[in-house]
Structure formats: C-alpha cells, structure tokens
Write a protein that binds this ligand. Structure first.
Ligand code: ATP
Length: 355
C-alpha cells in the first residue's frame, strides 16, 4: 500500500503561514494534482511530503507509517524537479541506472531494470547515446526513467514540464498519464496549469493562500466548484458570474435578474436575501431571440472548432462558447439562456457555493 495521508499539515515561515491545516489522502496508485497560482503553498506541501521541509504541525503518513519527522532519504519516494540535473558526461543508460548503482544493486539487475524502464518510456533505442546531445523531451524521459527505475512507493513531481515549450508539454502530459496508467504509482504533481491538472489527475486539490479550497475529481471540480475562486481558476475561459441581489426559496427554479426571469439551479434550502452570483460555464450559454435576458455582442474570438462570443449584459460580461460557423456583429442585440441543470449559485460576499 502506497497511500499518502496528510492530516492538519501546517507550515509557517516566521509569521507567514504558507500552508494552513491541510488534510487529504492520495489513495494507493492515485494521481493527485496540487493546483493553484504561484505562492499558494503547493511546493511547500510537496516538500513536506518529501521530507525536505519540516512541518510546523500535522502528520504525514506514507503507506500507513508516520514519516512526519523522518529524513527524505528514509522515505521511499522519488522527487522529480522542474530542472532535471542529468549527469552530462554519462550516457542515457548510466544516467537511468545511477540510483541503482548508488544503492549497490547487482550489475545484471541494473541492466535489466534500466532496459525495462527505457522500454516503458520508449527510449530504449537511445540508451547508449550521451545525454548532452538529447532534445528536451528525451532529456525529460531520461530524468523520469531515473525516478521510475528505483520503483519507489510514490512519485512527487514539482512542475516537471515547466521548462518545456507548449508543443512538447502537450506530448509529455499525454506520456506522463499513459505512464501512470501502466505503472500505477501513487503520484503528487504540483502545477499552476489547470489544463495539465485536468488532463492528468485522478484528483485535484485546488489551493489558495495555503488552504485547500476544494479536493475532488476533475469533473467534480469543474461541474460543482466549491467557490468562485475554484470556478474562476478552472476552465478556459472561466465560469461566468452573473451578480444579482435577492433571496430564493428552496425549490425555486427561476430568479429575477434585472428585468429578466432567469433559470436557477435546484436549491436544497432557502437562500436569505443578499449579494448572489449565478455561475454558468461558457458552453452552457445559448443565444435565444425570445429570452428576456438581453445583452449586446461585445467581441468574439475564433477558435477553429468553436468560438467564444462575449456579450455585455446588465450583470456584466458573459462569455458563450458557440459553434464557429455563425457570425456576430459587435453591438448586435442578443438574448441569453442558460442550461438550468448546469448552473451554480454562490454567495458573492464569501465566494462560497450555495448547495
Ligand atoms: P510557486 O509555483 O511560485 O513555487 P507555490 O504555490 O509552490 O508557488 P510555495 O513555493 O509553496 O508556493 O510558497 C508559498 C509561500 O511560502 C510563498 O509566499 C513563499 O514566498 C513562501 N516561502 C516558501 N519557502 C519559504 C522560506 N524558506 N522562507 C520564507 N518563505 C517561504
């Protein structure tokens, strides 16, 4: 069992709290992405799991064992950094095999494990090449090979694709996920890129100022964001917020926004009058001439398979993902409708979702 269980983890640097009361579990074989903007505490969380940073409070269990105060070298993990330091004077084979050599693994076993790892990463044809002449993607694979060859209990990765250009990143995202599907090693992956997290992870922890705002599957986080922060961070373009003031009775299916009666999500309890925000993803916005929720086309962005049309409404700008074929004029009046079963409602003051 290579489960990672983190309970009430906290890290303060002097007065500054980088990680606050974080609790989550990465199940055996699961891929977790720690996602959030720069400075939200992702790397600090990962470094505590790795044993490179001592927590101020809380516990870390690896495979059921409390490792909170154990040294990094005594934890069965592989840490993959953003900048891969390969040994430039060694060939691919020696680079991958190095951790095994350091552990005193017999030569024949090193050879077999290096070759097996290279096949897994599809770099078996370059095993005897020097690493100095390799392209970025292959260097990345060699570095991954060096992490995998030890067969650690879990992998911790800190923006490992950060330095790659966009095209390579896409390829590596796919390769990393495929690799995970084959070896099923428990993985914690730090990224600020929501597309990367959505594409790779089984679970995502969205972090904000040292706090985990939401922990769930990519679909849960996309479809049922726990806060406006999460809704805004996930999705490109992000969720639209239509702000309004009012209260809602449990089961009410519509609410008045300006002059229009607008569809609402099904609510489990009454919502006291206050500042609210209706959240709707761009793909759930449609144009309908008959709709009383009016706006004017503000701009459009052609994306090939579809287009993002921005509409100025009384409640602010609303983006709609629409088929690419239709042309819209700037200033053209349009009516908007929302798919009622895909809406979210937020308390616009606290930012929390209203269930
Ligand atoms: P990034 O992607 O920029 O690394 P991050 O989400 O990984 O962001 P952390 O590196 O965990 O964020 O940093 C969280 C906060 O803790 C930051 O404000 C950072 O300045 C602060 N911090 C990190 N390490 C230290 C340290 N050794 N001393 C003081 N403050 C630190």
């Amino acid at each position: 069992m290579a489960e990672i269980r983190v309970e009430h983890l906290r890290k303060a640097f002097g007065e500054f709290v980088a990680v606050q009361d974080s609790s989550f579990t990465v199940e055996d074989g699961e891929f977790l992405a720690l996602l959030g903007p720069s400075g939200c505490g992702k790397t600090t969380t990962l470094r505590m799991i790795a044993g490179l940073e001592l927590p101020t409070g809380g516990t870390i269990r690896l495979g059921g064992e409390d490792v909170t105060y154990r040294r990094a070298s005594e934890r069965d993990i592989a840490f993959v950094f953003q900048l891969f330091a390969l040994y430039p004077h060694m060939n691919v084979r020696k680079n991958i095999g190095f951790p095994l050599l350091a552990q005193g693994v017999p030569k024949a076993e090193i050879k077999a494990r290096v070759e097996e790892t290279a096949r897994l990463l599809q770099i078996d044809h370059i095993l005897d090449r020097p690493v100095s002449g390799l392209a970025g993607g292959d260097r990345q694979r060699v570095a991954l090979g060096r992490a995998i060859v030890r067969r650690p209990m879990c992998f911790l990765m800190d923006e490992p694709l950060g330095t790659l250009d966009a095209e390579f990143r896409e390829v590596m995202v796919r390769e990393l996920r495929e690799l995970h599907n084959r070896i099923h090693a428990t993985t914690v992956y730090v990224t600020h890129d929501q597309i990367e997290a959505m594409a790779m992870a089984d679970k995502i922890a969205v972090m904000n100022h040292g706090v985990i705002e939401q922990f769930g599957t990519p679909q849960e986080i996309y479809d049922r964001p726990a806060s406006m922060y999460v809704a805004d961070f996930i999705g490109s373009p992000p969720m639209n917020f239509i702000r309004f003031t009012g209260g809602l009775a449990r089961g009410a299916r519509t609410a008045r926004i300006g002059a229009a009666e607008v569809a609402m999500p099904e609510l489990r309890a009454d919502v006291a009058p206050g500042e609210l925000a209706l959240g709707v993803r761009p793909e759930h916005v449609r144009f309908s001439d008959a709709s009383p929720l009016r706006g004017a086309v503000y701009g459009s962005e052609y994306l090939g398979t579809n287009q993002i049309v921005t509409v100025e409404t009384e409640g602010g700008l609303v983006r709609a993902r629409l088929p690419a074929e239709q042309n819209y004029r700037i200033g053209e009046p349009v009516g908007l409708t929302f798919k009622s079963e895909r809406l979210s409602l937020f308390d616009a003051v606290s930012g929390r979702a209203i269930p």
